[in-house]
Design a protein around this ligand. Structure first.
Ligand code: GUE
Length: 305
């Protein structure tokens, strides 16, 4: 049986550090004597998707717990692109706001890329603007905002394998801009030999079995089976899929990852559960990026996580 990697515990440790940094900032009095800086996070959600609203509520709650100034803008589904861009412009110009997150996906009539790229890179705590994507790709993650899910996944990998992953093979299943690609860049920066697999990859099971570190980010419930996992591997399950759970009663559902947990846990050295793995880390890293942004805006050194 493998070690269960406790994402809730590591996330709580990150949040503790964010709280301490926030308290320091409040005491520093940088903007004017005696007037401290409070990290400000703005979350923008368009439409009524219930799953999105749960995530957004979690983010706002954690932001308040950290001592942040937390604002949420909930816009109607039929909000026009121009109105959304106007709001982003206002948040970019607002000195009380250090982090802006626009919850994805956006409704179909809005050009997501246009909206994301309108965010000032220094407030882009999701790490989705070209400046931050480019820095990560150029090996300059230390001065970038790194997307929260891959950043959180790396912290979990570090707990098991350490910071230097030299000599290890990593396979990332999924090539999204939000997870797969940045994850591959982070693993490469940590000296892994990295392969990015996707829906067109041949013999995915055999490839996955070469991985010392296997990251599943495809959005297909329980796709990665036990015989895809190399004995002793570190398995990071990024998937969050809600599937029917008739055993719990009619109409009930449960959360599963992209990995068949029961099977993979028999083979892996260490594995993240769903829920309680990568999900809580995503939220914690959003808080980390926001306090980093506030420190930089105040002219202070960049804290490390
Ligand atoms: N611009 C943007 N940035 C995001 O980071 C972003 C986004 N859009 N759109 C939606 C996805 C989804 N997401 C999650 C974060 C935390 C959990 C999480 O904490 N999950 C818990 C349980 C959740 C539950 O019970 O439903 C867990 O895995 O243990 C899940 C999902 C961030 N996203």
């Amino acid at each position: 049986m493998s070690t269960v990697i406790d994402g809730r515990k590591t996330a709580a440790e990150v949040v503790e550090k964010v709280k301490a940094l926030t308290a320091d900032l409040a005491a520093k009095g940088v903007s004017a004597p005696g007037l401290g800086v409070v990290p400000g996070l703005a979350v923008v959600i368009v439409g009524e998707d219930p799953a999105s609203q749960v995530y957004v509520a979690n983010k706002s709650r954690t932001a308040k717990e950290c001592g942040f100034h937390s604002v949420q803008h909930t816009l109607a589904t039929d909000t026009g692109e121009a109105d959304l861009l106007k709001l982003i412009g206002e948040l970019n110009a607002d000195p009380a706001i250090h982090g802006i997150l626009v919850q994805l996906p956006l409704p179909g009539h809005i050009d997501s890329s246009k909206v994301i790229q309108a965010i000032a890179p220094e407030k882009d705590v999701d790490g989705f603007t070209y400046v931050n994507v480019g820095k990560l790709g150029a090996g300059e993650a230390a001065t970038a905002f790194v997307p929260c899910t891959p950043a959180g996944s790396m912290l979990l990998i570090e707990r098991v394998r350490g910071r230097d992953l030299s000599g290890l093979n990593a396979v990332v299943i999924g090539r999204s801009n939000i997870v797969g690609k940045p994850m591959a860049n982070l693993l490469l920066a940590a000296n892994c030999t990295v392969t990015v697999a996707h829906s067109r990859t041949k013999d995915l099971a055999a490839l996955a079995r070469t991985a010392d570190i296997l990251v599943a980010a495809v959005g297909r419930p329980e796709m990665v089976k036990g015989d895809w996992v190399k004995p002793g591997a570190t398995v990071i399950d990024v998937g969050i899929n809600r599937i029917p759970a008739p055993e719990k009663g009619e109409g009930r559902t449960r959360l599963v990852g992209d990995v068949d947990y029961a099977q993979a846990a028999e083979v892996a050295g260490a594995i993240t559960p769903v829920p309680g793995g990568v999900g809580p880390m995503t939220i914690a890293m959003l808080m980390a990026n926001t306090v980093v942004s506030a420190c930089l805006a105040a002219g202070l050194a960049r804290p490390e996580f």
